[in-house]
Design a protein around this ligand. Structure first.
Ligand code: AHG
Ligand code: MN
Ligand code: MN
Length: 280
Protein backbone atom coordinates (compact mmCIF):
# COMPACT_ATOMS: atom_id res chain seq x y z
CA UNK A 1 0.00 0.00 0.00
CA UNK A 2 2.95 2.28 0.73
CA UNK A 3 4.06 1.86 -2.90
CA UNK A 4 0.58 2.76 -4.16
CA UNK A 5 0.51 5.80 -1.91
CA UNK A 6 3.89 6.89 -3.31
CA UNK A 7 2.75 6.36 -6.90
CA UNK A 8 -0.28 8.58 -6.23
CA UNK A 9 2.01 11.30 -4.86
CA UNK A 10 4.32 11.08 -7.86
CA UNK A 11 1.37 11.20 -10.26
CA UNK A 12 -0.05 14.23 -8.46
CA UNK A 13 3.21 16.16 -8.78
CA UNK A 14 3.43 15.35 -12.48
CA UNK A 15 -0.24 16.24 -13.06
CA UNK A 16 0.24 19.58 -11.31
CA UNK A 17 3.12 20.23 -13.68
CA UNK A 18 0.98 19.25 -16.69
CA UNK A 19 -1.84 21.55 -15.55
CA UNK A 20 0.62 24.42 -15.22
CA UNK A 21 2.27 23.90 -18.59
CA UNK A 22 0.14 21.88 -20.98
CA UNK A 23 -2.22 23.71 -23.32
CA UNK A 24 -5.83 22.74 -22.70
CA UNK A 25 -7.23 22.15 -26.17
CA UNK A 26 -9.93 19.58 -26.87
CA UNK A 27 -8.87 16.28 -28.43
CA UNK A 28 -10.79 14.57 -31.22
CA UNK A 29 -11.89 11.73 -28.96
CA UNK A 30 -14.66 11.06 -26.45
CA UNK A 31 -14.48 9.06 -23.25
CA UNK A 32 -16.81 6.19 -22.32
CA UNK A 33 -19.37 8.58 -20.88
CA UNK A 34 -19.55 10.39 -24.24
CA UNK A 35 -17.67 13.50 -23.09
CA UNK A 36 -15.08 15.10 -25.36
CA UNK A 37 -11.70 14.56 -23.77
CA UNK A 38 -9.25 17.35 -23.22
CA UNK A 39 -5.68 16.65 -24.23
CA UNK A 40 -4.95 17.20 -20.59
CA UNK A 41 -7.40 14.43 -19.53
CA UNK A 42 -5.46 12.02 -21.73
CA UNK A 43 -2.09 13.26 -20.56
CA UNK A 44 -3.05 12.88 -16.87
CA UNK A 45 -4.43 9.41 -17.53
CA UNK A 46 -1.09 8.44 -19.11
CA UNK A 47 0.88 9.78 -16.17
CA UNK A 48 -1.10 7.69 -13.69
CA UNK A 49 -0.89 4.57 -15.82
CA UNK A 50 2.87 5.02 -16.09
CA UNK A 51 3.29 5.39 -12.33
CA UNK A 52 1.10 2.38 -11.49
CA UNK A 53 2.87 0.28 -14.12
CA UNK A 54 5.98 0.52 -11.94
CA UNK A 55 4.20 -0.95 -8.90
CA UNK A 56 4.08 -4.76 -8.76
CA UNK A 57 1.23 -4.71 -6.24
CA UNK A 58 -1.10 -3.11 -8.78
CA UNK A 59 -2.97 -5.81 -10.64
CA UNK A 60 -5.51 -3.89 -12.73
CA UNK A 61 -6.37 -0.26 -13.40
CA UNK A 62 -9.64 1.22 -14.63
CA UNK A 63 -9.78 4.86 -15.66
CA UNK A 64 -12.64 7.22 -16.39
CA UNK A 65 -10.78 8.00 -19.61
CA UNK A 66 -10.39 4.38 -20.76
CA UNK A 67 -13.13 2.17 -22.07
CA UNK A 68 -11.81 -1.03 -20.53
CA UNK A 69 -9.77 -2.02 -17.54
CA UNK A 70 -6.14 -2.77 -18.08
CA UNK A 71 -4.17 -5.57 -16.40
CA UNK A 72 -0.70 -4.41 -15.28
CA UNK A 73 0.65 -7.18 -13.01
CA UNK A 74 -1.21 -10.45 -12.78
CA UNK A 75 0.17 -11.28 -9.34
CA UNK A 76 -0.64 -7.92 -7.77
CA UNK A 77 -3.47 -7.61 -5.24
CA UNK A 78 -4.73 -4.07 -5.86
CA UNK A 79 -7.31 -3.02 -8.40
CA UNK A 80 -7.29 0.75 -8.78
CA UNK A 81 -10.06 2.83 -10.34
CA UNK A 82 -9.25 6.47 -10.93
CA UNK A 83 -10.49 9.69 -12.44
CA UNK A 84 -7.26 11.34 -13.61
CA UNK A 85 -8.66 14.85 -13.89
CA UNK A 86 -12.07 15.45 -12.39
CA UNK A 87 -13.74 18.72 -13.32
CA UNK A 88 -11.45 19.18 -16.31
CA UNK A 89 -13.91 21.54 -18.01
CA UNK A 90 -13.17 23.99 -15.16
CA UNK A 91 -9.52 24.29 -16.14
CA UNK A 92 -10.08 26.98 -18.75
CA UNK A 93 -11.82 29.19 -16.17
CA UNK A 94 -9.06 28.46 -13.64
CA UNK A 95 -11.20 26.77 -10.97
CA UNK A 96 -9.89 23.89 -8.89
CA UNK A 97 -9.79 20.36 -10.30
CA UNK A 98 -8.80 17.01 -8.84
CA UNK A 99 -7.76 13.39 -9.22
CA UNK A 100 -9.66 10.58 -7.48
CA UNK A 101 -8.44 7.06 -6.66
CA UNK A 102 -10.29 4.02 -5.32
CA UNK A 103 -8.00 1.22 -4.17
CA UNK A 104 -9.74 -2.15 -4.21
CA UNK A 105 -8.52 -5.52 -3.00
CA UNK A 106 -8.51 -8.45 -5.46
CA UNK A 107 -11.26 -7.06 -7.69
CA UNK A 108 -13.49 -4.00 -8.06
CA UNK A 109 -16.57 -3.38 -5.89
CA UNK A 110 -17.52 -1.06 -3.04
CA UNK A 111 -17.13 -3.86 -0.51
CA UNK A 112 -13.55 -4.42 -1.70
CA UNK A 113 -12.33 -0.87 -1.05
CA UNK A 114 -9.29 -0.83 1.22
CA UNK A 115 -8.23 2.78 0.73
CA UNK A 116 -9.19 5.88 -1.22
CA UNK A 117 -7.42 9.10 -2.07
CA UNK A 118 -7.99 12.32 -3.88
CA UNK A 119 -5.84 15.28 -4.84
CA UNK A 120 -7.06 18.87 -5.17
CA UNK A 121 -5.17 21.13 -7.58
CA UNK A 122 -6.14 24.58 -6.35
CA UNK A 123 -4.13 27.57 -5.23
CA UNK A 124 -2.34 24.83 -3.27
CA UNK A 125 -2.06 21.12 -4.01
CA UNK A 126 -3.56 18.98 -1.25
CA UNK A 127 -4.07 15.26 -0.94
CA UNK A 128 -6.47 13.34 1.25
CA UNK A 129 -5.70 9.70 1.90
CA UNK A 130 -8.20 7.47 3.72
CA UNK A 131 -7.34 4.08 5.08
CA UNK A 132 -7.96 3.50 8.78
CA UNK A 133 -8.45 7.23 9.22
CA UNK A 134 -8.53 10.24 6.91
CA UNK A 135 -5.36 12.28 6.52
CA UNK A 136 -4.70 15.59 4.85
CA UNK A 137 -1.36 16.32 3.15
CA UNK A 138 -0.08 19.53 1.59
CA UNK A 139 2.44 19.74 -1.24
CA UNK A 140 5.25 21.96 -0.03
CA UNK A 141 8.64 22.37 -1.68
CA UNK A 142 8.04 19.35 -3.88
CA UNK A 143 6.93 16.94 -1.10
CA UNK A 144 3.61 16.00 0.44
CA UNK A 145 3.72 16.89 4.14
CA UNK A 146 1.20 15.48 6.63
CA UNK A 147 -1.02 18.28 7.95
CA UNK A 148 -3.69 16.63 10.14
CA UNK A 149 -6.29 13.93 10.48
CA UNK A 150 -9.76 14.96 9.40
CA UNK A 151 -13.16 14.14 10.92
CA UNK A 152 -16.67 15.37 10.20
CA UNK A 153 -18.97 16.91 12.78
CA UNK A 154 -22.54 15.61 13.33
CA UNK A 155 -23.97 18.54 11.41
CA UNK A 156 -22.47 21.10 9.07
CA UNK A 157 -23.36 24.40 7.43
CA UNK A 158 -22.62 23.98 3.72
CA UNK A 159 -24.78 22.80 0.85
CA UNK A 160 -23.49 21.70 -2.58
CA UNK A 161 -26.56 20.73 -4.61
CA UNK A 162 -25.53 19.17 -7.95
CA UNK A 163 -27.50 18.33 -11.07
CA UNK A 164 -29.77 20.51 -13.20
CA UNK A 165 -32.54 21.97 -11.04
CA UNK A 166 -35.03 21.88 -13.90
CA UNK A 167 -34.76 18.08 -13.79
CA UNK A 168 -34.86 17.61 -10.02
CA UNK A 169 -37.75 15.68 -8.47
CA UNK A 170 -40.12 17.91 -6.46
CA UNK A 171 -39.30 16.17 -3.19
CA UNK A 172 -35.58 16.67 -3.84
CA UNK A 173 -36.13 20.38 -4.45
CA UNK A 174 -38.21 20.69 -1.26
CA UNK A 175 -35.48 18.92 0.70
CA UNK A 176 -32.75 21.25 -0.60
CA UNK A 177 -34.97 24.32 -0.04
CA UNK A 178 -35.55 23.06 3.50
CA UNK A 179 -31.83 22.98 4.23
CA UNK A 180 -31.42 26.54 2.92
CA UNK A 181 -34.32 27.66 5.12
CA UNK A 182 -32.40 26.22 8.07
CA UNK A 183 -29.48 28.50 7.24
CA UNK A 184 -27.21 26.33 5.09
CA UNK A 185 -24.95 28.27 2.75
CA UNK A 186 -24.47 27.47 -0.93
CA UNK A 187 -20.96 26.30 -1.83
CA UNK A 188 -20.85 24.81 -5.31
CA UNK A 189 -18.11 25.09 -7.94
CA UNK A 190 -19.11 22.25 -10.26
CA UNK A 191 -16.04 20.18 -9.41
CA UNK A 192 -16.87 17.38 -6.98
CA UNK A 193 -13.31 17.25 -5.64
CA UNK A 194 -13.10 20.85 -4.37
CA UNK A 195 -16.79 20.83 -3.42
CA UNK A 196 -16.48 17.67 -1.31
CA UNK A 197 -13.10 18.79 0.01
CA UNK A 198 -14.58 22.05 1.27
CA UNK A 199 -17.43 20.26 3.08
CA UNK A 200 -15.00 17.74 4.58
CA UNK A 201 -12.56 20.35 5.86
CA UNK A 202 -15.23 22.76 7.11
CA UNK A 203 -16.70 19.98 9.24
CA UNK A 204 -19.81 18.97 7.32
CA UNK A 205 -22.85 19.69 5.20
CA UNK A 206 -24.24 17.92 2.17
CA UNK A 207 -23.02 17.33 -1.38
CA UNK A 208 -25.72 15.85 -3.59
CA UNK A 209 -25.88 14.65 -7.17
CA UNK A 210 -29.34 13.08 -7.43
CA UNK A 211 -31.01 11.01 -10.10
CA UNK A 212 -32.94 13.42 -12.34
CA UNK A 213 -35.67 13.07 -14.95
CA UNK A 214 -33.05 13.22 -17.72
CA UNK A 215 -30.47 11.08 -15.86
CA UNK A 216 -32.27 8.73 -13.45
CA UNK A 217 -28.99 7.06 -12.46
CA UNK A 218 -27.25 10.39 -11.85
CA UNK A 219 -24.02 11.47 -13.51
CA UNK A 220 -21.24 10.50 -11.17
CA UNK A 221 -19.45 7.22 -11.75
CA UNK A 222 -19.41 4.55 -9.07
CA UNK A 223 -15.89 3.14 -9.29
CA UNK A 224 -13.90 6.29 -10.07
CA UNK A 225 -15.82 8.98 -8.20
CA UNK A 226 -18.62 7.84 -5.91
CA UNK A 227 -17.19 4.79 -4.10
CA UNK A 228 -13.84 6.49 -3.26
CA UNK A 229 -15.56 9.56 -1.81
CA UNK A 230 -18.05 7.35 0.05
CA UNK A 231 -15.05 5.62 1.64
CA UNK A 232 -13.40 8.93 2.59
CA UNK A 233 -16.60 10.39 4.08
CA UNK A 234 -17.44 7.20 5.97
CA UNK A 235 -13.94 6.95 7.46
CA UNK A 236 -14.19 10.61 8.48
CA UNK A 237 -17.33 9.82 10.49
CA UNK A 238 -19.84 10.90 7.86
CA UNK A 239 -22.06 8.92 5.56
CA UNK A 240 -22.75 8.35 1.86
CA UNK A 241 -26.05 7.13 0.46
CA UNK A 242 -27.79 6.76 -2.89
CA UNK A 243 -30.95 7.91 -1.12
CA UNK A 244 -31.91 4.48 0.18
CA UNK A 245 -28.77 2.39 0.59
CA UNK A 246 -25.33 2.91 1.99
CA UNK A 247 -23.13 3.61 -1.04
CA UNK A 248 -20.55 1.17 0.28
CA UNK A 249 -23.09 -1.65 0.00
CA UNK A 250 -23.83 -1.06 -3.69
CA UNK A 251 -22.75 -3.25 -6.59
CA UNK A 252 -21.91 -1.99 -10.06
CA UNK A 253 -22.84 -2.83 -13.57
CA UNK A 254 -19.82 -2.19 -15.77
CA UNK A 255 -16.89 0.00 -14.81
CA UNK A 256 -18.49 3.25 -16.01
CA UNK A 257 -21.77 2.69 -14.14
CA UNK A 258 -23.21 5.76 -12.36
CA UNK A 259 -25.43 6.28 -9.31
CA UNK A 260 -27.30 9.08 -7.57
CA UNK A 261 -25.23 10.05 -4.53
CA UNK A 262 -25.28 12.10 -1.33
CA UNK A 263 -22.27 12.64 0.90
CA UNK A 264 -22.32 14.47 4.19
CA UNK A 265 -22.36 14.49 7.91
CA UNK A 266 -24.91 12.52 9.91
CA UNK A 267 -27.64 15.10 10.33
CA UNK A 268 -27.95 15.92 6.63
CA UNK A 269 -27.61 12.37 5.31
CA UNK A 270 -30.24 11.15 7.83
CA UNK A 271 -32.62 13.72 6.34
CA UNK A 272 -31.83 12.49 2.80
CA UNK A 273 -32.62 8.90 3.81
CA UNK A 274 -35.86 9.99 5.47
CA UNK A 275 -37.03 12.01 2.44
CA UNK A 276 -35.95 9.41 -0.12
CA UNK A 277 -37.50 6.50 1.79
CA UNK A 278 -40.87 8.28 1.64
CA UNK A 279 -40.57 9.24 -2.04
CA UNK A 280 -38.94 8.00 -5.22
P1 AHG B 1 -15.40 14.99 -15.10
O1 AHG B 1 -14.78 16.33 -15.32
O2 AHG B 1 -14.43 13.97 -14.61
O3 AHG B 1 -16.19 14.49 -16.27
O4 AHG B 1 -16.49 15.11 -13.91
C1 AHG B 1 -17.02 16.32 -13.43
C2 AHG B 1 -18.13 15.94 -12.48
C3 AHG B 1 -18.00 16.42 -11.05
O5 AHG B 1 -16.78 16.91 -10.66
C4 AHG B 1 -19.07 17.45 -10.88
O6 AHG B 1 -19.62 17.41 -9.61
C5 AHG B 1 -20.05 17.13 -11.96
O7 AHG B 1 -19.34 16.48 -12.96
C6 AHG B 1 -20.73 18.36 -12.48
O8 AHG B 1 -21.45 18.05 -13.59
P2 AHG B 1 -22.56 19.00 -14.26
O9 AHG B 1 -21.98 20.37 -14.30
O10 AHG B 1 -22.78 18.36 -15.59
O11 AHG B 1 -23.76 18.91 -13.37
MN1 MN C 1 -14.97 13.00 -12.97
MN1 MN D 1 -12.39 13.17 -15.40
Amino acid sequence: MEAVFNAIQKSAKRIKEAIDTKDVGYSASQNSSGETQLELDIKCDMIIEEEFSKIEAVNTIASEEKEKENILHEDGRYFIAYDPLDGSSLIDVNLSVGSIFGIYDKGFGANRLVAAAYVVYGPRVEMVFAKDDVRLYLLQNGEFEFVKSVTLKEKGKLMAPGGTQQHWANYHKSMIDGFFKEGYRLRYSGGMVPDLHQILLKGGGLFSYPGTTDKPKGKLRRLFEVFPFAYVYTKAGGYATDGKNDILSLGFDGIHDTTPCFFGSKYETDRVKEVYSQNG
